[in-house]
Design a protein around this ligand. Sequence first.
Ligand SMILES: [Zn+2]
Length: 260
Amino acid sequence: MEALAIIFVIALGLAFGSFLNVCITRLPQHQSVVLPRSRCPRCEAPIAARDNIPLLSFLLLRGRCRTCCRPISWRYPAIEFANAALWLLCWLRFGPPLRAVGMAVLAFILLGLAATDAETLKLPNVFTLPGIALGVIYSGAMCRHWLRCALLSASWAITVAGILLAISGFYWLLRRREGIGIGDAKLLALIAAWLGPAQVVLIFIFGVVATAVCGLGVIIYRRRFEATLPLPFGAFLCAASLFAMFYGQPILDWYLSFYR
Ligand SMILES: [Zn+2]
């Protein structure tokens, strides 16, 4: 029974990973995720159902379009695999009911935002705004005092967004360029709505460190310093959030144990 449940979660994770690829490609361009059917982005040939099986089709076609033989982006199998792996982890870690489903939804949104930011340096509202609303609903649904918890979740989201916009505005006054984008502020509001303010602080620190290390790596690799290296800070925040979903609370408990 347990094995059957695991196979079901993996299959569902792969199918939704495949759908997430469509969302990542189309939503930022304000296109429908339902119609038209999936097409090869290079030759525009419609993709047959047999060539649209998550992971398997990519392997069978050896990563090439059946019609034009040009390579398919490795982002497609990577997102399918990552979503299935994260959904399985959510199931194993958080157990079958509401919490596992909620965390799976959060993982889905964060994965979509990470990939979109990595590709386009944008965190579209079509992901962040429904994500914030779902976080408020989730916080309410997880709590006996549902209204109080939902309102608390919403107020944390607003507070975090407000603080970041204030920092961003101050930075703009000083340097006349954007430091933390409005998209990043909305992403951190989303994380606050889902995971609470303590996790946001942890995730922000992880995100900044990861971005700095990566920036340093790029500078060393290119042997050239660039003050305005375009790095997807949002993608690093998403990666940090996915890590914190599973390990954030133990780290916070460990840190707070020094103050007791
Ligand atoms: Zn093609």
